[in-house]
Design a protein around this ligand. Structure first.
Ligand code: CP
Length: 307
């Protein structure tokens, strides 16, 4: 049984295969409307979600399959103290594939050890979010034509941001030219990850405090939210929460073909006046999430997609 717990579980060829199939599914979804007929996806969400859960559910329904699951673990026997291991053993008999989001790092990995069905990590704590990475790769492919050789800037909470942790390691595998890291000192990318990028991949890292200092150099600007739920105290969150606001006036100094991405939800970090700028692609990014997850479900289930 194959699982997707972190992007490294897939080779570059497999990531490309899912992205390319996601693109085909976006262009002609009707061709795939019955390929998962009779299959069941379980969505096990121990932490809130809008895009990941609903896009997975939409993906399975668009493939002709069915869905079960919970979005509030308190409505399941988790509230009675049931372990992840026992939950997954039982869900393996009810569903053909499951996606799990959990506030604790490593919970989907633990689940995969007890599962007899494919387990997909839908985000675990501040650790990894591999299907957001697939969504991001498809978005980059659609807007920049290639995934390789861009100058990519990550802005916001680089310490706790699981979307950043998954994407930056993956883009390193795609020969990214340069990463620019924009964050407050308290929320910089973990040192271990920085070392991996520089020592294992030989990538140039530039760290700055302000978007304005680098905006003209960037090909892809990946904005992120300062994540209240990952802070230990409210005072630190209050001090850092408004660190960044991307506005139309700041965008005037950006390249004409730069794209602005954001995994969403946003709080204050992108002004609403940016939404109508053709460089703002974050809502299309959320839409692409459906199609790349359709592709992923079919790959992990091993269903025939030669339509
Ligand atoms: N991008 C993302 O993971 O969004 P949700 O938290 O709404 O699923």
């Amino acid at each position: 049984v194959r699982h997707l717990i972190e992007p490294e579980d897939f080779t570059i060829e497999e990531l490309n295969e899912v992205v390319e199939l996601g693109k085909k599914m976006y262009e002609a979804p009707e061709k795939y409307a019955a390929v998962c007929k009779g299959k069941i996806l379980a969505t096990l969400f121990y932490e809130p979600s809008t895009r990941t859960r609903f896009s997975f559910e939409t993906a399975m329904l668009r493939l002709g399959g069915n869905i079960i699951g919970f979005s509030d673990a308190n409505t399941s026997s988790v509230s009675k103290g049931e372990s992840i291991a026992d939950t997954i053993r039982c869900m393996s008999a009810y569903a053909d594939i499951a996606v799990m989001r959990h506030p604790k790092e490593g919970a989907p990995k633990l689940a995969s050890l007890y599962a007899s069905i494919p387990i997909i990590n839908g985000g675990d704590g501040g650790h990894q979010h591999p299907t957001q990475t697939l969504t991001d790769l498809l978005t980059i492919k659609m807007y920049k034509r290639t995934i390789e050789n861009h100058t990519v800037a990550f802005c916001g909470d680089l310490k706790f941001g699981r979307t950043v942790h998954s994407l930056i390691r993956t883009l390193a595998r795609y020969n990214t030219k340069k990463f620019i890291l924009i964050s407050p000192e308290e929320l910089t990318l973990p040192d271990s990850l920085k070392r991996t990028l520089t020592e294992n991949f030989g990538i140039e890292l530039q760290e700055v405090r302000y978007i304005e200092d680098v905006i003209g150099e960037i090909d892809i600007l990946y904005m992120t939210r300062i994540q209240r739920e990952r802070f230990f105290n409210e005072a630190d969150y209050a001090r850092l929460k408004d660190s960044y606001l991307l506005s139309q006036s700041k965008l005037q100094h950006a390249k004409k073909d730069m794209i602005v991405m954001h995994p969403l939800p946003r709080v204050n970090e992108i002004a609403y006046d940016v939404d109508d700028d053709p460089r703002a692609v974050y809502f299309k990014q959320a839409e692409f999430g459906v199609y790349v997850r359709m592709a992923l479900i079919t790959k992990l289930l091993g269903v025939d997609v030669t339509c």
